[in-house]
Design a protein around this ligand. Structure first.
Ligand code: SF4
Length: 446
């Protein structure tokens, strides 16, 4: 804090910043670093004017300030921000990462990577707030795609028996149970290649989206490929987010799936983004990829026109009867690839995602059952700030609500309310972050 204090003292005479903060951030000093008329840069140092937000506010009047919930409004708050620095770590939101730069982050000594990711996490997020989401399979099995990890493909002989699309009422009852258990985002998955011309099923799904939205939950769907019109209709029905994973790098992808291309997936993601729906897009570790593929996936995500609002990081849950499940049992899908994912792999991937996409919610997704509480803690320290709860993730097992409640208590986490933007980082409230901005910007909190 010595540097921050010195900067503040040296710059106090230069006047107050014009940007609007919440009440705790009104005492802000600025200093001019450049007088280039095209691009005047100032450094802002927030003064410690108020205590950090209470982790468990007891009344609405004591609620900590939050960023806007809409991801585009939130992003526009940072439009003129150059960088954030704290504890010797500097972070920026960039879309021009090179693979070499991301590889440099990914291969840092583990202790250093964790320190940097944890510090970046604390500059942009309140690390005590972790969202709980629930994922329900509304149409299971019978999928004609050949994803080599998936238990629901007709091409693999697994334990999964195809079932028809669930009724709207059944889905709403499941959403109610999830909400009662503390979940604030409800995601519905259907096992098929694309929505295509499934008009009846789509109408049912639109009703599910309306119903879940009406319950006050954030609503997410994962329904395969989507065209622009379908994305628009889902948005109108109240869809919050759409999940469509890229799974792995463009190079490794054809080793995993052959029935649709990487470009197909990118097109669906673009349709979702165009419709104004939050993009949820991530990948799976354990597909026989190399470390360069992990870096390659992060490179694609971090260089999209807008970083996904959410990036799920999954560990393969090997299912007998799938090519990857069987290969995993035989110890390795590829002599060069990484077949078994451990907690360090997961933490390294999450930490790198946190650093290259600082404002993205990183979701610790499938595979949690194979990690102890302590190992999961490592992943939260790396920057994960969401989990999927409930005892099933589509068709595979997941920790039960009760064990996640116990884990949250153990780690001091609170859930994120639905349709509320993330809390402003306590370190920002305390003035511990040096923020470099293009002059003249303003920031508002909800
Ligand atoms: S991952 Fe999705 S698209 Fe691929 S086989 Fe499974 S259900 Fe079908």
């Amino acid at each position: 804090m010595a540097t921050t204090t010195a900067v503040r003292a040296a710059t106090a005479a230069l006047g107050r910043c014009s940007r609007r903060h919440g009440s705790a951030l009104n005492n802000t000093a600025t200093r001019s670093l450049s007088t280039n008329p095209q691009r005047v840069v100032v450094t802002q140092v927030s003064a410690p004017a108020a205590p950090p937000p209470s982790p468990m506010p007891s009344s609405p009047s004591r609620q900590p300030p939050r960023h806007p919930n809409d991801v585009h409004d939130r992003n526009s708050n940072y439009a003129d921000e150059e960088a954030r620095s704290m504890g010797g770590v500097t972070a920026t939101v960039r879309h021009d990462w090179t693979k070499a730069e991301i590889a440099e982050v990914y291969t840092l000594p583990f202790h250093e990577l964790m320190y940097r990711a944890s510090t970046v996490h604390r500059m942009y997020w309140d690390p005590s707030e972790v969202q709980q989401c629930t994922l329900l399979s509304i149409k299971t099995g019978g999928c004609t795609e050949d994803c080599s990890y998936c238990s629901q493909s007709t091409r693999h002989k697994t334990f999964v028996k195809p079932t028809p699309t669930m009724k709207v009422q059944e889905v709403l009852e499941a959403a109610k149970r999830a909400k009662d258990a503390g979940s604030t985002r409800f995601c519905m998955g259907a096992a098929w290649r694309e929505l295509g011309n499934k008009k009846n099923a789509f109408n049912h799904i639109l009703n599910m989206v309306r119903g879940v939205n009406g319950m006050g939950l954030e609503v997410c769907c994962t329904l395969g490929m989507l065209n622009a019109e379908q994305a628009r209709q889902l948005k109108d029905a109240g869809l919050t987010a759409y999940n469509h994973n890229l799974d792995t790098s463009p190079e490794h992808y054809p080793n995993v799936i052959t029935t649709r291309t990487y470009e197909d997936r990118l097109e669906t993601i673009a349709n979702v983004r165009e419709a104004g729906i939050s993009v949820c897009c991530g990948g799976i570790l354990g597909l026989g990829e190399k470390e360069t593929d992990r870096v390659g996936l992060l490179h694609v995500l971090a260089t999209l026109p807008e970083h996904p609002e959410s990036v799920p990081i999954n560990a393969l849950v090997a299912v007998e009867g799938t090519p990857l499940g069987d290969a995993d049992a035989d110890e390795g899908v590829d002599s060069d690839g990484i077949a078994n994912v451990d907690s360090f792999d997961m933490a390294r991937m999450i930490a790198t995602a946190r650093i290259v996409m600082p404002r993205t919610m990183v979701r610790l997704s499938a595979g949690r059952l194979s990690f102890s509480d302590a190992e999961q803690y490592l992943m939260f320290q790396a920057g994960a700030n969401s989990i999927f709860n409930g005892d099933k993730l589509l068709t595979t097992d997941n920790p039960a609500f009760d064990s996640d409640t116990a884990l949250f208590q153990k780690l001091g986490f609170v859930g994120k309310p639905a349709h509320a933007g993330p809390r402003v980082a306590p370190s920002e409230m305390l003035g511990e972050i040096e923020i470099t901005k293009v002059h003249g910007s303003e920031q508002q909190y909800a």
